[in-house]
Design a protein around this ligand. Structure first.
Ligand code: PCA
Length: 207
């Protein structure tokens, strides 16, 4: 069985993206006998679309789990839904800033995650890792990637199971970041984030 795991390049002025480190760490590993193949995607709407679509056709993974950074969130977030819409608050890494544009004109308005999100949240909590189901993946490149993977799944039958997980910053990214009121920004250590992704893959394979 093949599991495609994607992360992203840094964006929005940050120097690193924890999801890039997570996928680099898990590249080539095997979990429950499944082979992990990874890709770091650019935070560029058009390029991420092309690279992901080609990759899904090439690798035909049974499972695809896509990761992204959700700056400011404090838990591992299992995304419930992807919307057929791009409405960027900030330009992407090639300065494109879509406003109210659909991702696929022949796609559904929205797709629900095909990962066992509640079971994964429960398993993460049992492992001592803070996790939630999130009801919005935003309207930026992460939502686009989640939408495209689910669109592909609906249209071509694979990936059989796919969905998106947002992760917090890692601590080294927030030491000099503060809210307006001088509070620290939430973060979660990288080793815990890696463990969380392993738990999610494991649970998805087993269910
Ligand atoms: N997070 C962004 C895009 C890349 C990433 O890691 C998002 O939430 O859309």
């Amino acid at each position: 069985m093949k599991v495609l795991l994607t992360g992203f390049e840094p964006f929005g002025g940050d120097e690193l993206n924890p999801t890039k480190k997570i996928v680099e760490n898990l590249e080539g590993k095997s979990i429950e006998g499944a082979q992990i193949v990874t890709k770091v995607l650019p935070v560029v709407f058009k390029k991420a679309d092309k690279i992901l679509t080609d990759l899904l056709k090439e690798t035909k993974p049974e499972i695809a789990i896509h990761l992204g950074l959700a700056a400011g969130r404090s838990s591992i977030s299992l995304e419930r839904v992807a919307l057929n819409l791009m409405d960027a608050r900030i330009p992407d890494n090639e300065n494109y800033q879509p406003k109210d544009e659909p991702i696929r004109r022949d796609g559904n308005t929205a797709y629900f995650s095909k990962l066992p999100i509640k079971e994964i949240v429960e398993e993460l909590r049992k492992s001592g890792i803070p996790a939630i189901v999130s009801n919005t993946a935003g309207l930026y490149v992460c939502n686009e990637v989640m939408f495209l993977s689910l669109y592909h799944s609906e249209k071509f039958g694979y990936p059989l199971k796919t969905g998106f997980i947002h992760v917090p910053y890692i601590p080294e990214q927030v030491v000099d970041k503060f809210t307006y009121y001088g509070q620290s920004i939430p973060s979660l250590p990288l080793d815990i984030q890696i463990k969380a992704v392993e738990v999610a893959i494991n649970k998805t394979i087993k269910l």
